[in-house]
Design a protein around this ligand. Structure first.
Ligand code: HEC
Ligand code: HEC
Length: 493
């Protein structure tokens, strides 16, 4: 059309028309998929805002498939028991483990919480352990694509704070807090709490002196199949590892090992995107959090130093593992399909102003979307070609020193230390914000950020530093009305 006009008009006028055409081209190139922003999870979205709002099957699921979802739900909720037991199908817990059911950490399928203080138990979190590779042999070992990181030689890659009788638990996890004040431009002050983690009663002596602790509270488990279905190309399009566009934000894809495919793929799940699929994350949870073997991870994680652990009875079934493939599939099916609740207060002018402020502060650069999911056949029909609004780019970002993984003396680990495949001590995957406004409706104790230090959504925002520092600083200029609006928007998600 522009070419035709060029023929018909004089030089001066055609140049003007071309100028007008440029913004049009930009718009056309970055065209967003067309969806309904109220339906955060597309047609899977459920209309619910009660304490069970994270526990629902997708709105577009057939009743036959709901049956499978309910079976998965049982295995997610009910505790596993120590072997040998009369219920052959559910035994094999431990020898060392964190808790006996998925639901204990993912309470009501929502997020867990950090302990309130030294007396409170760490019930819904875990600690990953890694250490920097120093010798040539260690460096060679972590260079293998299957190896996420170098584990602690005695305690392994994850700390288990409980054990079956006759086996030592690895340690008790304890936390105390020191306070940090954050002041807004108008003088309003928020008190943040910075955790000070310690490991009491170590069951097998000291940890390696170089071991890094990565504290992780259970995240909510909604919308995961949708996140799994975002095409790699859409995620890679947002990545900017060298910050070529100079906006101070350089998202990176984590590159992780896919056990079933036996190759390196994009990481998606966990606080550092260390797992590629919901199924592998589920098998990893059975193994690391509950001490249960599957066809993906067929060994209990006892280290050489843990003799009683290595000789304890197992709950192996006919295929030589504790969780049969069929059960693993049911639980993964459940975790993949937990639906996202619809956005609320769509017409509230305060929430709408908050949405503009969210964009103005650059939050959308990382808490991104919408995306269109890939096309699937019968096996993932609910998730096929949905336009979703997860508010994440699925990428790793350096969030600064204060949020970094820590050494045992509480100092932040080095910014370049790799702790989980390509992710460094300071890098975290942007968590999705869908459902965040219902966090405390689903679990009144829920806390925010990877280690649960933030008691409120505003506290979580105020901890943003590193690549997100400019965004956080912008929020610090907000007045009371603007702060309320931002929170009204986040709470509507
Ligand atoms: C000890 C507490 C705990 C238990 C028990 C637990 N999880 Fe988790 N879960 C977590 C934590 C912590 C993470 C984040 C892991 C990470 O960052 O590496 C997580 C992450 C996940 C994720 C990925 C979520 C996301 O947004 O990336 C899924 C799926 C999941 N768990 C499923 C399960 C299933 C299924 C079970 C039971 C077999 C289970 N979990 C048991 C604590 C737990
Ligand atoms: C540079 C990327 C980036 C920007 C910009 C950014 N965030 Fe985040 N956000 C993250 C990452 C990464 C985390 C997880 C950090 C952690 O757990 O330590 C996070 C965590 C959060 C959380 C807590 C989520 C949870 O599940 O606990 C909230 C709420 C949040 N961001 C809101 C915002 C708001 C509001 C803004 C704009 C003022 C913003 N973010 C800007 C990357 C970003």
């Amino acid at each position: 059309m522009i070419h035709i006009l060029q023929f018909e008009t004089r030089k001066g006028r055609s140049a003007l028309l071309l100028l007008l055409a440029i913004p049009f081209c930009i718009l056309a190139n970055s065209a967003e998929p067309e969806g309904n922003p109220k339906l955060l999870g597309g047609e899977t979205t459920v209309l619910a805002a009660h304490s069970g709002a994270f526990s629902m099957n997708p709105a577009n699921m057939s009743s036959r498939r709901k049956g499978d979802f309910l079976i998965g739900n049982d295995f997610f909720e009910d505790p596993w028991v120590i072997a040998p037991a009369t219920t052959d199908i559910r035994d094999g817990l431990g020898p060392v483990f964190n808790v006996s059911a998925c639901q204990s950490c993912h309470f009501n399928d929502g997020r867990g919480h950090a302990p309130d203080g030294p007396e409170d138990d760490a019930k819904s979190l875990l600690i990953r352990l890694s250490r920097p590779a120093i010798s040539a042999m260690e460096r060679e070992m972590v260079a293998q694509p299957q190896v996420a990181s170098l584990a602690d030689p005695v305690y392994g890659g994850q700390l288990q704070d409980r054990a079956i009788p006759g086996v030592n638990a690895e340690a008790r996890i304890s936390v105390s807090y020191w306070e940090r004040q954050m002041q807004f431009a108008d003088g309003y002050t928020v008190t943040l709490r910075k955790p000070n983690w310690s490991l009491l009663n170590p069951g097998y002596g000291d940890l390696h002196e170089q071991t890094t602790l990565s504290i992780r509270v259970a995240p909510p488990v909604i919308g995961l199949g949708l996140l799994e279905s975002i095409p790699d190309s859409s995620i890679e399009a947002l990545a900017d590892p060298e910050d070529k566009d100079g906006d101070g934000i350089s998202g990176r894809v984590n590159r992780v090992w896919d056990v079933e495919k036996q190759r390196t793929v994009a990481g998606r799940f966990g606080w550092k995107a260390g797992q590629p699929t919901v199924k592998q994350q589920t098998a990893g949870a059975f193994n690391g959090d509950m001490g249960l073997t599957t066809s993906l991870f067929d060994k209990d994680h006892c280290t050489d130093a843990q003799t009683a652990c290595r000789t304890a009875p197992n709950g192996n079934g006919p295929t030589g593992v504790e969780v049969q493939d069929e059960i693993l599939e049911f639980v993964a099916f459940y975790a993949r399909n937990l639906a996202v609740p619809a956005r609320r207060d769509m017409d509230d002018p305060v929430a709408r102003q908050g949405e503009l402020l969210f964009k103005e502060a650059g939050c959308q650069s990382c808490h991104a979307g919408p995306f269109k999911t890939a096309k699937f056949g019968k096996d993932r029909i609910e998730l096929s070609e949905q336009v979703i609004y997860p508010y994440t780019d699925m990428l790793l970002h350096d969030m600064g020193e204060a949020l970094a993984d820590i050494k045992q003396d509480q100092r932040p680990a080095s910014a370049t230390e790799q702790v989980e495949f390509d992710a460094t001590a300071r890098e975290w995957r942007t968590p999705p914000l869908w459902g965040i406004g219902l966090s405390k409706v689903v679990n009144s104790q829920a806390t925010f950020l990877h280690d649960g230090r933030a008691r409120t959504i505003m506290e979580a925002v105020l901890w943003h530093e590193g690549e997100a520092q400019a965004s956080r600083d912008k929020v610090l200029t907000f007045n009371a009305t603007e702060r309320d609006a931002l929170l009204a928007f986040l709470n509507s998600l």
